[in-house]
Design a protein around this ligand. Structure first.
Ligand SMILES: [Zn+2]
Length: 40
């Protein structure tokens, strides 16, 4: 199972069961909608 991590806020976005054990980088919906780097 792979995981997708947001490259902006380092949050785990989702898991990918179909993939091998790997780490992918993307953007979570929060970072996609907001250009601000507000981090809770
Ligand atoms: Zn994010």
């Amino acid at each position: 199972m792979g995981i997708i991590i947001c490259q902006s806020c380092d949050n785990t976005i989702s898991h990918v069961e179909h993939e091998k054990v790997t780490t992918l980088y993307g953007k979570c919906p929060d970072c996609n909608s907001k250009h601000d780097k507000n981090q809770k």
